[in-house]
Ligand binder design. Structure first.
Ligand SMILES: CC(C)(COP(=O)(O)OP(=O)(O)OC[C@H]1O[C@@H](n2cnc3c(N)ncnc32)[C@H](O)[C@@H]1OP(=O)(O)O)[C@@H](O)C(=O)NCCC(=O)NCCS
Length: 178
């Protein structure tokens, strides 16, 4: 495996060769991620070797509100937070895009990157962030489940994408928050 670096891409950063097999995700990486960065809408990070992109993800601020979930689920999520610290919404980071290059899929890179994202938003974080959210492609749901994500609602069970979340708190007790 070549030496890999995870780089934060600014609008001008060169996007090294990438093909995950999904045209929308590839197009976002090469094109839209630039304008999104300029407009402060998402930040894109790329896992790169010297000459190609192995994987990328884009993240943005989010929150989980009662309306996003079934009532029972919001109660379940909120129950994990001490009563006096519960608000009407809970701070989160959304994974807007997440993709591994075709040649590298199924080799653990997605899981490694997901572990990194979890730590990234627990340790030395600049804002409060309790959850990770994602609108998961149907084909990727198993991947997110294997990485500890759960569904936010059953309302979208027949849709092409499903809203999922991961609670960072239990992991923060293991790895610390600095
Ligand atoms: C989904 C994706 C990000 C997963 O990354 P990856 O590096 O291939 O995944 P990993 O190798 O870390 O796999 C971790 C586990 O998830 C499972 N998994 C990964 N992708 C899966 C898929 N599409 N369907 C079913 N299971 C999948 C793997 O089998 C593996 O399970 P195992 O540990 O029991 O073997 C990657 O395959 C990808 O970019 N796919 C195309 C784009 C996409 O769908 N992005 C998600 C947008 S929401």
């Amino acid at each position: 495996m070549p030496n890999l670096l995870l780089n934060r891409l600014n609008p001008e950063s060169i996007r090294k060769h990438f093909n995950c097999g999904d045209d929308d995700l590839d197009d976002f990486f090469y094109n839209d991620s630039k304008g999104h960065a300029k407009q402060l809408l998402t930040v894109t990070y790329a896992l790169e070797s010297e000459d190609e992109t192995i994987a990328y993800f884009s993240v943005l601020n989010d929150n989980i509100r009662e309306n996003d979930t079934t009532r029972n689920k919001f109660r379940k999520i909120s129950k994990e937070i001490p009563r006096q610290k519960r608000y009407k919404s809970h701070p989160a980071v959304k994974i807007g895009r997440f993709a591994v290059s075709r040649d590298y899929q199924g080799k653990g890179h997605g899981t490694m990157l997901m572990d990194y994202i979890k730590g990234f938003f627990i340790k030395k974080n600049k804002t409060g962030c309790r959850f990770i959210t994602v609108d998961a492609y149907k084909a990727a749901i198993k991947f997110y489940q294997k990485n500890g994500f759960d569904f936010l609602t059953t309302e979208d069970k027949d849709d092409n994408r499903r809203q999922m979340y991961f609670d960072l708190y239990p992991l923060s007790k293991v790895i610390g928050i600095d």
